[in-house]
Design a protein. Sequence first.
Length: 93
Amino acid sequence: MDEETLERVRDVVAAIPPGETSTYGDVAARAGIRSARLVGRILAEDGADLPWHRVLRANGTPAPHIAAEQAARLRAEGVLLVDGRLPKDHRRR
């Protein structure tokens, strides 16, 4: 991955406002790349200073290994997961 791709993904994630969410696929599309998995990799490796918790999987769930922390961070912003999932009517596109 090149530095330009990294920065585009970082910029898209940084622009997600508090209390809102996006999906890995939507972040990828906005950053001009095709891989939602690459977005996840970038956030895992270089996203500690970003609001990574605002990015969910396409089905509205957090990744299992970060689910508890992600849900807590979202709850602090007023975003509630129901049965571990963001309700469809609250998903941003």
